[in-house]
Ligand binder design. Sequence first.
Ligand code: FMN
Ligand code: SF4
Ligand code: SF4
Length: 254
Amino acid sequence: MLNFEKLSKVYFSPSGTTEKIVNEVAKNFNMNRENYDLLSFDEEKTFSDELVIFGIPVFDGRIPKLACKRLSKMKGNNTKAIVILNYGNMDYGDALLELTDLLKENDFQIVGVATTVSQNSLFSQLGRNRPDEKDMEKINEFSKNVIEKLKNNEENEIFVSGYKPYSAYRTPPFSVNCDEDLCVECLDCVYTCPEEAIMENTPTMTNIDDCTRCSTCINVCSEGARSFSGDAYSQEMESAVENYLDRQEAQFYF
Ligand SMILES: Cc1cc2nc3c(=O)[nH]c(=O)nc-3n(C[C@H](O)[C@H](O)[C@H](O)COP(=O)(O)O)c2cc1C
Ligand code: SF4
Ligand code: SF4
């Protein structure tokens, strides 16, 4: 029996794959659940007698700046945590170190770490249709190993790869475009953009200085009106496909 009051899921998931993996891990735990979606949740929060699953994607070798800012407000109290770092079949740079450093500083005791691979939200040819069945099998095996570790009260510090200072933030040089002919002005993108980069009176425009290219609006638009496009996008995509098409596998740390 695991002795936790509940299971809390904390995730930042603009294109939904990180949330999907967090939910797959959570399925293995028979406990009451609570959700903290960092695309919108922006409050101070202290966790205590619960198990927390954190799921964060990689943006240019770092964790997304906004996710980092919101995660910084979440404190543990020697609270046990499972960490999922999800990336798009390229590489994860310093993001794993950054994420585990932040959680350790905020008094979480990390009991298991997974670096998982999903369809790339910028370049869909990379990791297409992942996580797939094989990924989910591994993710469930990982969850069972974490459960065993928790049952046996095993405690150890988990060390991961990465360098400090972390690599500099980089925003992709291309932008998000909106096809005016497809847009029906439903405003879903306006209300879900975590950076408030789309205005109610001009939903087909994007404030390029505020936009982090996170992909939330592209995924939320039921009309398929929003997309990454343009010459800079085509060039980056070509280079990504040339270098990162080979299948990467999830890795696990206990
Ligand atoms: C702005 C941006 C930068 C990204 N940078 C990387 C990267 O450095 N390496 C990588 O493998 N994938 C990268 N990706 C892909 C995401 O990490 C990947 O698609 C992840 O599954 C997205 O999670 P989500 O579906 O929860 O949004 C990037 C995606 C975005 C939007
Ligand atoms: S979600 Fe799509 S259809 Fe709705 S306002 Fe935004 S771009 Fe237009
Ligand atoms: S406008 Fe930019 S920041 Fe806002 S949801 Fe779209 S991609 Fe993300």
